[in-house]
Design a protein around this ligand. Structure first.
Ligand code: TRP
Length: 416
């Protein structure tokens, strides 16, 4: 297991913020890095602590108010409810939008399994909303090379997983005129400018530094050691000359907070290359069915609800595995009430039930004991089943031709 100390130990190099990355001996910090998320706490990772440690900024009421004022639209519930809870330079992005200056969105996915799960959808659902409200181009990187290097996967299989996952991503509703999806293994060899940026980045970061940020060791394969440059390169618009020409267009990256180490590195090298630092919006993790100590993981089918699950499977998984904050008996539950802070069904509703009033009613009723665990689970099942079925219907519409169009390097439409 990769220790969080390793990804925080950037104080001795130029990367990161030395003040926030030091860890004292007895610190029982949560483990959060691109390969692992674990906390001892039942309520999940301590996100305020993480903001301090990573040196990012909290998505506070002021930013939320500014978001609504500038976009003229109500904030997405994932933003309103603090699921996207941390950022870097989001005010700069809002300033650009206010001044009608361009920026673009960049996000990605490591295709490690055929079936994506509900947690994988979160950044894409939110990114789609960002694309709609800001009317900006979006670039989606599929890191099939990363999964080949890290997992026990054949190269050919990594390539085909990227295609399968791209179809699920397209099914989230992205605008084909404004979205370019690429897989590293197919695209990079055709785009000299992308490779040139990779090499520029590689020249700025020493082995010592990536060891500090990512915890690489002497026996890690060299592909892993240079991989961060590949995830960093799409943050710079000059990597995509067919979209941006020679213009230096700033970038906003919505992602789960575990990806931040890549972009701390990117932000550090950007000024040295004469590029804009990418801005970031970080999400918290989508918890496993078994509880908020870890995130949903495709490698353990019982922790996850897959986008391929049938209504019956969803029902059974929620009923059987969703960790409950309820009491042991009905009498006790009526008397003491349930605990929404640890209850996974309630937590999932905060991600997927859009209606604020309904959610608040459920919270009150569960907390008072008026709503029983079985009833709460039913609420969740009723919300999730149609979301997953509709996703399956949309995915079935994504033909190979549609996929091909999204993945063809081409000009994209700019709103401003
Ligand atoms: N490394 C990410 C993963 O394993 C994939 C990724 C590539 C990504 N570029 C990104 C995620 C940009 C968020 C933003 O899933």
């Amino acid at each position: 297991m990769m220790s969080v100390e390793l990804i925080k130990a950037v104080g001795d190099v130029q990367l990161g913020n030395p003040d926030v990355n030091g860890k004292n001996e007895n610190d029982e910090d949560d483990d959060v890095n691109p390969w692992n998320v674990f906390t001892k706490s039942q309520t999940g990772v301590d996100y305020d602590k993480l903001i301090k440690r990573f040196g990012s900024s909290k998505v506070d009421d002021e930013l939320l108010a500014r978001f609504e004022k500038i976009t003229g639209k109500p904030n997405h519930h994932l933003l309103r409810r603090g699921i996207f809870f941390s950022h870097r330079d989001m005010h700069t992005i809002l300033n650009l939008y206010e001044q009608k200056k361009p920026f673009y969105l960049y996000t990605g996915r490591g295709p490690s399994s055929k079936a994506m799960h509900l947690g994988h959808l979160i950044p894409f659902i939110f990114t789609k909303w960002l694309q709609d409200v800001f009317d900006v181009p979006l670039i989606i990187q599929l890191t099939d090379d990363e999964k080949f290097l890290w997992k026990d996967l054949k190269l050919e299989d990594a390539i085909s997983l990227a295609k399968e996952n791209a179809k699920d991503i397209i099914a989230c509703g992205f605008d084909v005129e404004k979205t370019f999806i690429f897989s590293d293994l197919n695209f990079i060899g055709h785009c000299p400018e992308f490779y040139q940026n990779m090499v520029r980045i590689e020249k700025c970061v020493t082995f010592n530094q990536v060891k500090g940020i990512f915890g690489f060791g002497d026996s890690d394969v060299i592909g892993k050691i240079s991989f961060p440059a590949i995830q960093a390169a799409p943050s710079f618009s000059s990597s995509f000359p067919f979209i941006f020409g020679k213009e230096k267009v700033p970038c906003l990256i919505p992602c789960a907070i575990d990806q931040d180490p890549y972009f701390r590195m990117t932000r550090d090298v950007a000024p040295r290359l004469g590029y804009h630092k990418p801005a970031l919006l970080h999400s918290s993790f989508f918890p496993a069915l078994q509880g908020a100590q870890t995130k949903m993981s495709a490698s353990d089918p019982n922790t996850s609800i897959f986008l391929t699950d049938t209504p019956k499977q969803i029902k059974n998984k929620v009923n059987k595995h969703a960790f409950s904050g309820g009491q042991a008996t009905i009498e006790e539950h009526r008397e003491k009430g349930g605990n929404c802070d640890v209850d996974i069904s309630y937590r999932y509703l905060t991600f997927f039930l859009e209606d604020d009033e309904r959610l608040e009613q459920i919270r009150k009723d569960y907390t008072s004991g008026a709503l029983l665990t079985g009833e709460l689970k039913k609420e969740l099942i009723d919300v999730l089943q149609p979301i997953v079925s509709k996703h399956q219907e949309r995915r079935a519409q994504v033909t190979d031709e549609v996929l091909q169009t999204f993945m063809t390097p081409r000009k994209l439409k700019f709103g401003c």
